[in-house]
Design a protein around this ligand. Structure first.
Ligand code: 6MZ
Ligand code: ZN
Length: 356
C-alpha cells in the first residue's frame, strides 16, 4: 500500500505502538544515510526491506536484521536511527511508543551494551526536549539465541536502567529467531526480571510446534504477548493455552503485515486477530518492524479495518483500548485518555452543529 492510499482517518487517529523493534523500524531515508556512511559494506536497498507484495520466509527476515546490524554499529548510528524512528512514529500519529531493542556490543567501534541503552535513552530525551508530540519508553530485548547467561546479564542491565532512567525503561522483551533455543533455559532470568518489577512482553508461539514452551512461559505470566499466532485452537494451538491467556488477561500484540510477509500467516483474512478480537480479548495492533516490512501503524489499522470490516467507531475503540495495555503507570494512561477525548472531534470532523 502506498502512503497516499491510507485514508486520512487512520493517519489522524491517535495511536499507541507497543511492539516495535528499533532496528526493524528503520525507514528507507535513514537506511540511505547509513549506507552513505558505510559505502565499503556494499549494502543495497533491496537487502534491508521487504516491499509491497513481496514475501520472505521468517528465516530470510532474520538475515535482513543481520544486514541492518552491520549498518548500525556505533553510538552515532544508534542515536540517528532512534531519533529518526521516534520522529517517524510521531508523524504517523503515534502518541505513545514502547520501543524495544537488543543491546549489542561491537568491539571494533567501542560500543558496549550499556552505552547502547544510554544512547537510545539519549535519543528519547532529545526528541522530548525538541517538543516531539510522543511519549516514548524503552524495553530492553533479550535475543533468545544467546542463551541463559546473556539473558541474566540483560536482566541485570535492564534493572539498573529501570531504577535510574526516570521511568523510561519499563521492562523486557523476549525476541529473536523463534526456531532457535528453548524458553525453559530463559525462565530463571525472566522470573528474576518479573520479581524486580520489570514488565515482560514475550514473543510466544510465533511459529507452530511451540505449544509446550508457550505453556511454560504463560505460567510466569507475562504482561503482554507478542504475536501468539499459534496459541488459538483454530490456528493449531489449544483451548488450554487460550484459557491461560484469558485467565491472566494478557494482551496480545498483533502485527498483520509482519505475519503475512514473514509467511507465518497465509492471508490477511486468516490472521488470528479475528479470533481474539471476537472474544473481546485485549488485542493491540502493532507494526513489529515498520522498516523491514515497509509499513506503518496507520496502514496496519486500515488493513485490520478493511480485512475484518471494522467501522471507524470500532477502530477508534481499538486504538483507545490499547492505552490500558501500556507498561507506563496509571497516571500516563489517564493523560493519554484525556488526549483521545480531546482529539476525537477533530478526527471524526464533528462540528459544533452536529450535536444540536
Ligand atoms: C519478524 N518477527 C520477529 N520475531 C522475533 N524477533 C524479532 C522479529 N522481528 C524483529 N525481531 C528481533 O528484533 C531484532 C532487530 O531489532 P533490534 O536490533 O533488537 O533493535 C532482531 O534481530 C530480532 O532479535
Ligand atoms: Zn517482534
Amino acid at each position: 500500500m502506498m502512503d497516499n492510499e491510507v485514508d486520512v482517518f487512520y493517519r489522524e487517529l491517535p495511536k499507541v505502538e507497543l511492539h516495535a523493534h528499533l532496528n526493524g523500524s528503520v525507514s528507507c531515508p535513514t537506511i540511505e544515510k547509513l549506507i552513505s556512511r558505510k559505502p565499503h559494506l556494499n549494502i543495497g536497498h533491496g537487502m534491508t526491506a521487504i516491499g509491497k507484495g513481496q514475501r520472505r520466509t521468517l528465516d530470510e527476515c532474520f538475515q535482513v536484521f543481520k544486514v541492518i546490524h552491520q549498518l548500525v554499529d556505533t553510538e552515532e548510528d544508534i542515536l540517528m536511527v532512534a531519533t529518526d524512528v521516534i520522529k517517524e512514529f510521531a508523524a504517523d500519529g503515534v502518541k505513545y511508543l514502547e520501543l524495544r531493542s537488543t543491546p549489542r556490543e561491537e568491539k571494533h567501534t567501542g560500543l558496549t551494551k550499556k552505552s547502547y541503552i544510554e544512547t537510545v535513552i539519549k535519543a528519547i530525551k532529545q526528541c522530548k526536549s525538541e517538543g516531539v508530540d510522543i511519549d516514548v519508553r524503552f524495553l530492553v530485548a533479550i535475543d533468545r539465541r544467546n542463551g541463559t547467561e546473556v539473558a541474566m546479564e540483560t536482566v541485570k542491565l535492564a534493572e539498573d536502567f529501570m531504577l535510574s532512567s526516570d521511568g523510561l525503561v519499563l521492562g523486557l522483551d523476549l525476541s529473536g529467531d523463534p526456531t532457535v533455543g528453548h524458553g525453559k533455559d530463559l525462565l530463571p532470568a525472566l522470573q528474576k526480571a518479573k520479581n524486580c518489577g520489570l514488565k515482560l512482553s514475550l514473543h510466544l508461539s510465533e511459529v507452530p510446534s511451540q505449544l509446550e514452551e508457550s505453556d511454560l512461559l504463560l505460567d510466569l505470566p507475562p504482561d503482554r504477548i507478542g504475536h501468539g499466532t499459534f496459541l488459538h485452537p483454530a490456528m493449531g494451538g489449544s483451548q488450554g493455552l487460550v484459557d491461560k491467556v484469558v485467565k491472566h488477561n494478557i494482551p496480545l500484540e498483533l502485527c498483520l503485515t509482519s505475519n503475512v510477509k514473514g509467511q507465518t500467516v497465509a492471508r490477511y483474512s486468516d490472521h488470528h486477530f479475528k479470533h481474539w478480537y471476537q472474544m473481546g480479548h485485549p488485542s493491540v495492533i502493532c507494526t513489529d518492524d515498520k522498516g523491514v516490512f515497509s509499513t506503518d501503524l496507520s496502514q496496519e489499522y486500515q488493513l485490520a479495518a478493511s480485512t475484518f470490516d471494522l467501522s471507524h467507531e470500532a477502530v477508534w475503540k481499538l486504538s483507545h483500548d490499547a492505552i490500558d495495555c501500556i507498561f507506563a503507570p496509571d497516571t500516563v494512561k489517564q493523560q493519554l485518555k484525556q488526549k483521545w477525548i480531546y482529539l476525537k472531534p477533530q478526527v471524526f470532523h464533528y462540528r459544533e452543529t452536529d450535536s444540536l
